[in-house]
Design a protein around this ligand. Structure first.
Ligand code: ZN
Ligand code: FE
Length: 256
């Protein structure tokens, strides 16, 4: 059984590591230092990096780690991502034979156009697509594009462990309460996650079941969020992509 570990990096990033007694894979090591320290402390070889998108806080470690460990580097076709050895599209799979690890690649554009996510071992490595109780900003994609990406994620099993690249959960819960303050699952999550953060623990991974129950950005098909969007857009019967866009717009305004 592989172990799943979130390594804190920068202010609020997580580098996700899956490892056995000998080898590891890591997702989005924007800063190579915490990953190298972890690998060295546990005597682990680095088999591969899995990169979700081109932002520097996800790719900054690629060149140094590839040089030091000779690891494979998986990423999308965006040439801006450095040191890539294997280029991926949605629908491809990644097989890390040394770890007996098999992952499927989901195209999840929206935050960026090149964003991909990795699914396997009961985990979703979703980079900046889904956050705890939130989702990534639309820097490059449209609301319809992100809604389609989130639909692909919603089709995964409820037990999937959601491994996000940032610890934004508490502030996302603050926003979610402005839309959905009567949702008992959200209020329960707030108690649990505030307690975790008070003890210096990550709120992640969450589960897809928990995100479906509490994350407004995954609830854009729900009557509650559709009613919110109709008020926000001052228009009847918004379609699901418009509902998603309204929630994203409200969050961007709330962020200021
Ligand atoms: Zn990003
Ligand atoms: Fe990021």
């Amino acid at each position: 059984m592989l172990k799943l570990i979130p390594l804190p990096a920068f202010e609020d990033n997580y580098i996700w590591v899956l490892h056995d007694a000998h080898r590891a894979v890591a997702v989005d090591p924007g800063d190579p230092a915490p990953l190298a320290a972890f690998l060295d402390a546990h005597g682990l070889a680095l088999a591969a990096l899995l990169i979700t998108h081109h932002h520097r806080d996800h790719t900054g470690g690629n060149s140094w780690l590839r040089q030091r460990y000779g690891c494979a580097v998986y990423a999308s076709h965006n040439a801006a991502i450095p040191a890539v050895t294997h280029r991926l599209h949605g629908g491809n799979s990644v097989n890390i034979l040394e770890l007996d690890l098999h992952l499927e690649v989901l195209a999840t554009p929206g935050h960026t156009l090149d964003h991909i996510s990795y699914v396997g071992h009961g985990c979703l490595f979703c980079g900046d697509t889904v956050f705890g109780c939130g989702c990534g900003k639309l820097f490059e994609g449209s609301p319809a594009m992100m809604a389609a990406s989130l639909d692909a994620i919603l089709a995964l099993p409820d037990t999937t462990r959601v491994c996000c690249a940032h610890e934004y959960t508490l502030s996302n819960i603050d926003f979610a309460k402005t839309l959905d303050g009567d949702n008992p699952a959200l209020l329960e999550r707030e108690r649990t996650d505030r307690d975790l953060r008070a003890h210096g623990q990550p709120t992640l991974p969450s589960t897809l079941a928990l995100e479906k129950a509490t994350n407004p950005f995954l609830r854009f098909h729900s009557p509650d969020m559709t009613a919110f969007a109709a008020r926000y857009l001052n228009r009847r019967n918004p379609d699901p992509a418009e509902v998603f866009g309204a929630i994203r717009g409200a969050k961007d305004a709330w962020d200021g």
